[in-house]
Design a protein around this ligand. Structure first.
Ligand code: FAD
Ligand code: N01
Length: 545
């Protein structure tokens, strides 16, 4: 079928995004006998792993877990080479999936979806692209990613810089050689922390501009031996099930003790264990009150700060690298390879922006209150308008022409992070108010894809034309999400989880912290209760505005 013929067709579903979410959604819908097309602005599959090609990019959930589980034969065949695979290896995996399941024939690349309008009369979505083309579908699925809408910092003069600039979230495919260059990196989240040690090896001078120090642990990355791989594969189904029913999408022992009820030696031994294993979830779940009790959390913070002080030679730099302004875990913690050691290099300087904020970027430099740093290149490791950015970037209009952007002006409102009242047959994979970024995301992606597929099949089987949540159900879920968040330390941080990194964005904890397993059970029970909280409209019954 030619592109034009495809565009003239109507689909059961239009899916936006060809990352892990969109790829599995397409495959699953095909298996259920639905027609679907994926629209993707990139030139290839992989989403996050297509765009984030900065040096040092790799996953920080073990690859054995951060991979699809939907095909038992495939998971037995694929062999990950390292504990935490690099971006090129993960992208190879995504491309292999596209080939293996023959996905590309139903993916349109290099098209930006800019508008989607629900039609109350036809009960269908019209989805438009920046090319001016439009197609229609009964179901509209945003697999557009939680961390796909990158953002530059709000610093005067960003556009004026005459040297090379790069954002970690859309890195040049041909790579960048910083050899002999004076480089400035702005941002010390996961992307900065992964890339800084490698850039430091190349640059003649690297200046790291840090606003908020983060908690980071050594990844302890290593090749996976045949024995390790065989041991996991021998019980892969059980292993996956443990992930699905866990708190963060990775099966770990559930802690029973408070950090405050054990001796300091016992506590530090537990932290040391998480530290040695390079296991973020292990650290977050070292004790049962790590994310709910500030005093308990403080003990882990101090453990990590002491690690930083032990590694970094210059005491002032070490202290500047120590996080004090947020509890450990409330901003996304990081895994690194030689991050703190990098600050012992003679060609690396840390600038603490809390002491001396950046005032402007000039054509040749980054200027702070009391100094000017001449640079040849700037790397913006400044992150994303997370969770809602890619969703509201599309002009999505539900019943009566109401826009999603307006509906979410005061924070995202959804039912289960999957559907939105007033937007029939509209689904968000790992949407806000679902566990999403508080999980091994492939586990959450697969759960959402399976749920959406089952809902579409239910409509087909029952002859219904549309499904949407009631306002009451949505209000209840949003309230539940907020209450769950308020019972934790997360609201204490200015994080992208809270929308705090985007000026003007409403401050609310967007992902659901209730846990992957608990959430899955809730979703399943709602279905078992006849789609409790949803309204299903039958054919020929007009959908009220
Ligand atoms: P994405 O991979 O973001 O794909 C969304 C796609 O939608 C993109 O290709 C984008 O181009 C496309 N798109 C968006 N809007 C439009 C539009 N309007 N029109 C057309 N196309 C559009 N998670 C983990 O669980 N473990 C990890 O170790 C981990 N590491 C990460 C490392 C990095 C550097 C980053 C940035 C994120 C990481 N994540 C990790 C989160 C990661 O985003 C998810 O794990 C997962 O890859 C998301 O898949 P997705 O398909 O939902 O979204
Ligand atoms: O982005 P971030 P990221 N002036 O938002 C700083 C996933 N991920 O791309 O904290 C100066 O975390 C900002 O400072 P502050 C993971 O989920 C995973 O690094 O706002 N600084 C911060 O230091 C991660 O959380 C991996 O004070 C400014 C940085 O820029 C998410 O993606 C790897 C600034 C942004 O950090 C996003 O990570 C990479 C300004 N005006 C990403 N504006 C893995 O390892 C922003 N900053 C799996």
């Amino acid at each position: 079928m030619t592109d034009q013929e495809q565009l003239n067709s109507e689909y059961d579903a239009v899916i936006v995004g060809a990352g892990f979410g969109g790829m599995y959604m397409l495959h699953h819908l095909r298996e259920l006998g639905f027609s679907a097309i994926v629209l993707e602005r990139a030139a290839g599959v992989g989403g996050t792993w297509y765009w984030n090609r900065y040096p040092g990019a790799r996953c920080d959930v073990e690859s054995i877990n951060y991979s699809y589980s939907f095909d038992p034969a495939f998971e037995q065949e694929w062999v990950w080479s390292e504990k935490y695979a690099t971006q090129p290896e993960i992208l190879r995996y995504a491309n292999h999936v596209a080939d293996r399941y023959d996905l590309r024939k139903d993916i349109r690349f290099e098209v930006l979806v800019d508008k989607a309008v629900w039609n109350d009369t036809t009960n269908r979505w019209s989805v438009s692209m920046a090319t001016g083309e439009t197609l229609t579908a009964q179901h509209y699925i945003m697999a557009s990613g939680c961390l796909s809408h990158s953002k530059l910092p709000e610093i005067p003069g960003v556009e004026s810089f005459k040297g090379k600039t790069y954002h970690t979230g859309h890195w040049p495919h041909e790579g960048v050689d910083f050899t002999g260059l004076r480089v400035g990196v702005i941002g010390t989240g996961s992307s900065g922390i992964q890339s800084i040690p490698i850039i430091a090896e190349q640059a003649s001078q690297l200046t790291v501009f840090q606003r908020t120090p983060n908690f980071s642990m050594p990844a302890g990355n290593r090749p996976l031996t045949a024995e390790i791989v065989a041991a996991v594969k021998a019980r892969y189904p059980e292993h996956r099930e443990e992930n699905r029913t866990s708190g963060f999408g990775v099966g770990v022992e559930i802690p029973t003790k408070s950090a405050l009820e054990v001796t300091e030696e016992e506590r530090n031994a537990k932290y040391q264990d998480g530290w040695d294993q390079g296991n973020l979830v292990g650290m977050l779940l070292a004790f049962n009150d790590m994310i709910t009790n500030k005093e308990a959390n403080d003990t882990a913070c101090e453990f990590i700060r002491n690690k930083i002080r032990a590694v970094v030679n210059d005491p002032e730099t070490a202290e500047d690298l120590c996080p004090f302004d947020h509890p450990m875990g409330t901003k996304r913690p990081c895994l690194d390879t030689g991050y703190y050691e990098t600050f012992n290099r003679p060609n690396v300087k840390l600038v603490n922006l809390r002491k001396t904020p950046i005032t402007e970027i000039t054509p040749t430099s980054i200027r702070t209150h009391n100094a000017e740093f001449e640079v040849d290149a700037i790397v913006y490791a400044t992150g994303f308008d997370a969770m809602t950015g890619a969703l509201v970037a599309v002009d999505i209009r539900g019943k009566g022409g109401v826009t999603l952007k307006d509906e979410w002006e005061h924070g995202p409102r959804t039912y289960l992070g999957l559907c939105v009242a007033g937007f029939p047959n509209f689904y968000t994979i790992t949407g806000p108010t679902s566990p999403s970024v508080f999980s091994n995301m492939i586990v959450s992606i697969e759960q959402h894809v399976d749920w959406i597929g089952a809902a579409m099949k239910h409509l087909r089987d029952t002859g219904a034309v549309s499904i949407e949540p009631t306002l009451e159900a949505q209000d209840w879920w949003v309230q539940h999400n907020n209450e769950a968040g308020d019972a934790t330390l997360y609201p204490l941080a200015n994080s992208w989880y809270m929308g705090s990194n985007v000026p003007g964005k409403t401050r609310v904890l967007m992902p659901y912290i209730g846990g992957v397993g608990v959430y899955r059970t809730e979703c399943d029970e709602i279905v078992a209760d006849g789609y409790r909280g949803f309204t299903l409209h039958e054919a020929r019954q007009p959908v009220s505005v």
